[in-house]
Design a protein around this ligand. Structure first.
Ligand code: MN
Ligand code: MN
Length: 460
């Protein structure tokens, strides 16, 4: 008769399963990942960094009709905010491709198109937050400004203020507790309003006492001197306030990384580094870095855009293959973070089916809300395939779900891939404090996600 050990499924810590080599490599990997995070704080910067890393590895811009052969490495960028990379495989495209997709955007505070105003001798930027944030987390902490101003003549002015230690930083003010009697009684979601998330940018007037808007004038003069812009130029600008704090080790054992935007740059870096290290794969490997996931994957640079189909169709055309044949036989790893079980908020999770920090890559068969609404739900066949591929490649992974039934929910780019008739499953790094300005992940989980991505690209 089989023993209990043989009959029962037991999830094990990645620390008990990973080899010594994996442990050492995860530390190396963490160093590279942290530096990627510090160089890529926005979607545009993530793509810029990805192009730089890919070019160094011999990837060249893809052009329709260009000559391709097994081992060719190409990429295409869309609007500076999305990118597709491919390494041509030995097999026909009609046999399908192995895709990994992740999103480069993250929750943040965007400047409005007419942002600058002065009130009570203080200058502020008005903002409109992007993605799902808990507003109270963004006040009273240093922020940096990143973005681009496109002038009327089309020239781009890149702006990064705050990252250099000699730069000034920016803040959204909070109320002092001494006067918080009324604020304390408000619901968490109502105590801080979107229209009050105004970024303080100056307090010193310029000009004569009798004039008005002297602080605004001072701030605008500085911007004009440094960047050659006027207030009107903000109309065609995309400027984002992001948390200043860079990536750091967390914990006395340094087993974790704290940083802004592990969601989803832990996946971006894993699938990017994965494709950079793929050589002569059996099937063509495709890495998709998209924007706008946090707001529904719409728009030209989102996963719902035809940008992806166009790229794939151009690739298929080069080989006289029908796009639908390629899609039908393809596999997609929708690489996105999952929620790590937090004992401090145990009541929102169901322990048996929740990812744990340090237990490897989290695989999400389905996402969605209330009765699995809005999920593509990977098939049992697909999960079985993943068990095999990850097992063969010593990828430590765990099955997970997003919280208790009816507690809330969410989605990823998975369904937009699956709707194209591409078999898709979600998997990624378990995160503590997801969507907070500073999120926490385990180094070993990050490394396992990289190994997982690589094993997908190298599938037969
Ligand atoms: Mn995500
Ligand atoms: Mn997210």
């Amino acid at each position: 008769m089989p023993t209990k050990d043989e009959l029962f499924y037991k999830r094990k810590s990645a620390y008990d399963l990973a080899s010594e080599e994996d442990n050492a490599k995860s530390e190396e990997y963490a160093k590279e990942y942290k530096s990627f995070l510090d160089n890529a704080k926005t979607e545009r910067e993530s793509i810029k960094e990805a192009v730089r890393l890919a070019s160094a590895k011999g990837f060249v811009p893809f052009q329709r009709g260009m000559e391709l052969s097994s081992g060719s490495k190409v990429y295409a960028v869309s609007g500076g905010k999305a990118m597709i990379l491919a390494v041509i495989g030995k097999k026909e495209l009609s046999e399908g491709v192995n895709i990994a997709a992740a999103h480069v955007d993250a929750p943040r505070i965007d400047l409005k198109q007419i942002p600058l105003y002065e009130e009570a001798d203080l200058a502020f930027f008005k903002t409109h937050y992007y993605g799902g944030i808990k507003k109270y987390q963004w006040v009273a902490q240093p922020l940096s400004l990143h973005g681009v101003v496109i002038k009327k003549d089309g020239t781009a002015v890149n702006i990064v203020i705050g990252e250099d230690e000699n730069d000034p930083v920016f803040m959204i003010t909070d109320l002092l507790p001494h006067l918080g009697k009324d604020q304390e009684k408000k619901l968490l979601g109502e105590a801080f309003t979107g229209e009050n998330l105004n970024i303080l940018i100056g307090s010193q007037p310029l000009g004569e006492e009798k004039e008005d808007n002297r602080v605004k004038f001072h701030v605008m003069s500085i911007l004009n001197e440094k960047y050659g812009i006027t207030e009107e130029d903000f109309l065609s600008a995309e400027i984002e306030a992001v948390p200043l704090m860079g990536a750091r080790d967390v914990g006395l054992d340094r087993s974790m990384i704290g940083a802004y935007a592990h969601d989803d740059r832990s996946s971006v870096f894993a699938i990017l580094k994965g494709i950079l290290n793929v050589d002569n794969p059996s099937k063509t490997a495709v890495c998709v870095l998209v924007d706008k996931e946090e707001v529904g994957s719409d728009g030209v640079t989102g996963m719902q855009s035809a940008m992806f189909d166009n790229f794939m169709e151009d690739l298929c055309d080069s080989y006289g293959v029908k796009l639908r044949d390629c899609y039908r036989n393809s596999f997609c790893l929708s690489a996105d973070v999952c929620n790590a079980y937090d004992p401090n908020f145990a009541d929102v999770s169901e322990k048996l089916n929740s990812a744990k920090l340090g237990y490897g890559m989290g695989v999400l068969k389905y996402s969605g809300t209330r009765g699995k609404s809005g999920t593509s739900d990977a098939s049992a066949e697909l999960v079985a395939l993943l068990r095999k591929v990850f097992g063969d490649n010593n990828v430590v992974w765990q099955m997970t779900q997003l919280g208790k039934v009816d507690q809330g929910g969410g989605g990823t780019v998975a369904k937009f891939m699956a709707n194209r008739n591409i078999d898709t499953i979600d998997a990624g790094v378990p995160v503590l404090s997801m969507h907070a300005p500073y999120e926490i992940v385990s180094k070993l989980d990050c490394y396992m996600t990289y190994k997982g991505a690589l094993s997908i690209y190298e599938q037969d």
